[in-house]
Design a protein around this ligand. Sequence first.
Ligand code: HH2
Length: 280
Amino acid sequence: MKTFHCGRFRLPLDRPLIMGIVNLTPDSFSGDGLQGGVDALAYARMQWEAGADILDLGAESTRPGATPVSLQEELDRLLPVLEEVCAWDVPVSVDTCKPEVMRAALQAGAAMINDINALRAPGALEAVAASDSGLCLMHMQNEPRTMQQNPVYEDVVGEVRDFLAGRVLACREAGIAPERLLLDPGFGFGKNLQHNLTLLRHLPDLSPDALPFLVGVSRKRMIAELTGRDVAERLPGSLAAALFAAHNMKGQGLVIRVHDVAATKDALAVWSALMEREIA
Ligand code: HH2
């Protein structure tokens, strides 16, 4: 059976895994950031107890138009929470593009680095190569400030696949074992609705060497474009997309990054019970 290697954890990929989002930001698009005195540790524990297989801590919003935060600000938001959560028996991922944050996170015990920039920043590959952390390599066209200003592709599937293949090669050349890698098409990161739908339909075709995928569609604008719903009402649409991804990727390995862990777990439980006869 395939496993995903992240730090001291070996996660079996025979069923879709759930990554629970913990946004340590005041400005996340989903509205789940830490405004209004929400306790980050209590929130992280709630995500874990709801059934998250991995917790993903992010201290910088990447929503379209977001302004970057300074290194110090990101570390100040992240480290106090990370140090506590790393003592729990759950793999902790850190969502960051900055090599300095990667190094500090790994030192504090993070089991995974989730980089929407696919380790392209100078020094990023070197920051993670010698560790045993899991890694997520995501495709993004342009950068968060500008990415949704008319994204254009000639062949979105081919371009995303080639980009990911290039990043996998760069990791291999840096000595990173493929068992440490998850790939992500980057839904909403420099893509319009049609790009997002095409990529979701073609997930299994996007991965060089049949590597596992991470999919993040939870509450995103593509759900709003299909349902007309505000951010607080996008759960049913998010679940439909998550189940489609699970169905499409069965056997290849999938991590689903979500805000609503308990609801996603229930939806996957029903889907996997229905699938059992086919798998047996
Ligand atoms: N999406 C967001 C952030 N990080 N990482 C990966 N690998 N894939 C994604 O699709 C992805 C991601 C945006 O979601 P969220 O963290 O809820 O919002 P914000 O960046 O505004 O905090």
